[in-house]
Design a protein around this ligand. Structure first.
Ligand code: NAG
Ligand code: NAG
Length: 233
C-alpha cells in the first residue's frame, strides 16, 4: 500500500516536471507579450548572425540562451548580449548596438583546429582586417567583415545572435557604473526622446564618471569642469 502511494507521488512529480520542461517556453513567451502590450518596455528581438564587438565585459560557456539572459539580468551594466548556439558562448555587453552601431558586425566564424588556419581564412576574405582565434573553443573569427560586404559569410556564420536586454536595462549614463562617452552616445542608445539633464559621463575613458548636464537637442554638454574641446566628442 505504502509503496503504491509513493509511486503515485513520484508519478505526479514526474508529470509536473514534464509539464515544466515542455511548457516553460510558453510561459516565457507570454511574459514577453505582457511586456510588449504594457507599452513601457519595448519588445526586443534576437538578431541572428550578428554580434556587438568591443563592448564585451564578461564571457561564459552556458548551455542555453535563457541562462545568458539571466546572467545579463544580474549585472547592472549589462545592456545587451551575444549568444552562440553552436559553441554555447554567452557574452555580456556594456553597450547596445544603438550606442555603438559601428561595432555591430556579422560574425563569420569557423571551427578551426589551429590559429594559423584562421590567418589563412582572413587572407581569403577581401574585407578581413584582422582575426581572433579562441584557443579554448577553437573558433576563428574574422573582424571587420560587414554583412553587406560578404553576404555568403553571413550564411556560414555559426549561430550567433544579439539581443538587447529585455528587462531592467538602465539607460546609458543613468548610473555611475555605466558612464557614457558622450551625450550623443546616450541619445543614440536611448532614442530621440531622451531628455536634457544630468548624466554620468566618462569622455576620457579614465574610469572616472562625472555627472554632467547634456543638452539633448544639439547633443553637447555644459560644464565648467570639462575642457571645452571635449564637447566635440
Ligand atoms: C565596457 O566594456 C569595455 C570592453 O570590454 C571596457 O573596455 C570598458 O571599460 C567597459 N566600460 C564600463 C563602463 O564598464
Ligand atoms: C573596417 O576597417 C576599415 C579600415 O581599417 C575602416 O575604415 C572601416 O570603418 C571599418 N569598418 C567597420 C564596419 O568597422
Amino acid at each position: 500500500m505504502a509503496s503504491s502511494g509513493t509511486k503515485q507521488i513520484q508519478h505526479k512529480q514526474r508529470s509536473m516536471w514534464w509539464l515544466f520542461r515542455h511548457f516553460r517556453f510558453v510561459f516565457l513567451a507570454s511574459t514577453m507579450e505582457f511586456f510588449t502590450a504594457n507599452g513601457q518596455c519595448r519588445a526586443e528581438v534576437n538578431i541572428q548572425g550578428m554580434t556587438l564587438k568591443r563592448s564585451v565585459f564578461k564571457r561564459w560557456s552556458l548551455a542555453a540562451p535563457h541562462l545568458c539572459d539571466v546572467k545579463c539580468g544580474q549585472e547592472i551594466t549589462c545592456q545587451s548580449y551575444n549568444y552562440n548556439r553552436k559553441y554555447q558562448i554567452c557574452e555580456l555587453n556594456n553597450r547596445s548596438k544603438e550606442a555603438r552601431p559601428e561595432n555591430f558586425l556579422s560574425a563569420p566564424a569557423w571551427s578551426l583546429a589551429a590559429p594559423h588556419l584562421c590567418d589563412v581564412k582572413c587572407g581569403q576574405e577581401i574585407t578581413c582586417q584582422s582575426n581572433n582565434y579562441n584557443r579554448k573553443y577553437k573558433i576563428c573569427e574574422l573582424n571587420n567583415c560587414t554583412k553587406e560586404a560578404r553576404p555568403e559569410n553571413f550564411l556560414s556564420a555559426p549561430a550567433w545572435f544579439y539581443i538587447r536586454r529585455l528587462k531592467g536595462r538602465p539607460p546609458l549614463g543613468s548610473i555611475p557604473e555605466l558612464p557614457a562617452l558622450s551625450c550623443h552616445e546616450i541619445k543614440a542608445s536611448d532614442g530621440k526622446h531622451t531628455i536634457s539633464g544630468k548624466y554620468w559621463l566618462d569622455p576620457t575613458r579614465k574610469g572616472k564618471a562625472k555627472l554632467i548636464y547634456c543638452n539633448m537637442v544639439n547633443e553637447v554638454w555644459i560644464s565648467s569642469s570639462v575642457d571645452a574641446s571635449l564637447k566635440l566628442l
